[in-house]
Ligand binder design. Structure first.
Ligand code: IMP
Ligand code: MG
Length: 174
């Protein structure tokens, strides 16, 4: 497998992203903390690194969504979403996703969170943006890397549940 971004390159970008997020929410002056909603499983490593670089109080929540099954092309269906969240009404919510591909996962979650909680603000941070494959009109507010149409693994991202543990991002050529 070909390494696309090394662990050091990823850390640099995650730090930069965290600073942007931090300063953007610092300005909003709310009494309540920022709610980080991380999308399992892929975003777990990115989220762990990101929140440790954001120096404002955060509340961490998780949802779990799968749209890929074991294939490399999204089924396009949101399968068995697990949306076990406390009441987040009126809060500042930052959705944290590993990669935005077709955009359907983020669209689904934005609509769900928006309807359920009428948040004060609802933004999206993703480590990777695969713009070429976008099928719905979705744009993340904070983007780490713009990537071409490769299937990537490592740093939380899997191919049929393999390779999540790799500290770097690689192109899965199989
Ligand atoms: P979307 O709903 O098509 O935008 O798909 C988003 C989800 O598909 C992400 O949360 C990832 O879990 C998964 N995904 C998309 N592209 C890749 C990839 O290149 N490698 C691994 N997982 C991916
Ligand atoms: Mg995912």
């Amino acid at each position: 497998m070909k390494v696309l971004y090394s662990a050091a390159q990823i850390q640099k970008v995650v730090k930069k992203l965290a600073k942007k997020i931090e300063s953007s929410y610092r300005k909003t002056k709310t009494s309540q903390s920022l709610v980080v909603v991380s999308v399992l499983k892929g975003a777990f490593i990115f989220t762990a690194d990101l929140i440790r670089e954001i120096n404002i109080p955060t509340q961490l929540e998780f949802v779990r969504i799968s749209s890929y099954g074991t294939k490399k092309v999204s089924s396009g269906k949101i399968e068995a979403p697990l949306l076990l969240l406390p009441d987040l009404s009126g809060r500042d919510i930052l959705l944290v996703e590993d990669i935005v591909d077709s955009g359907k996962t983020v669209l689904f979650l934005k609509e769900y969170l928006g309807a359920q909680f009428r948040p004060k603000s609802l933004k999206v941070a993703c480590l990777l943006n695969k713009e070429a494959r976008r099928e719905v009109n979705i744009k993340a507010d904070f983007i780490g890397f713009e990537v071409a149409d490769y299937f990537l693994v490592g740093y939380g991202l899997d191919s049929a549940e393999k390779f999540r543990h790799l500290p770097y991002l690689a192109i899965d050529g199989h």
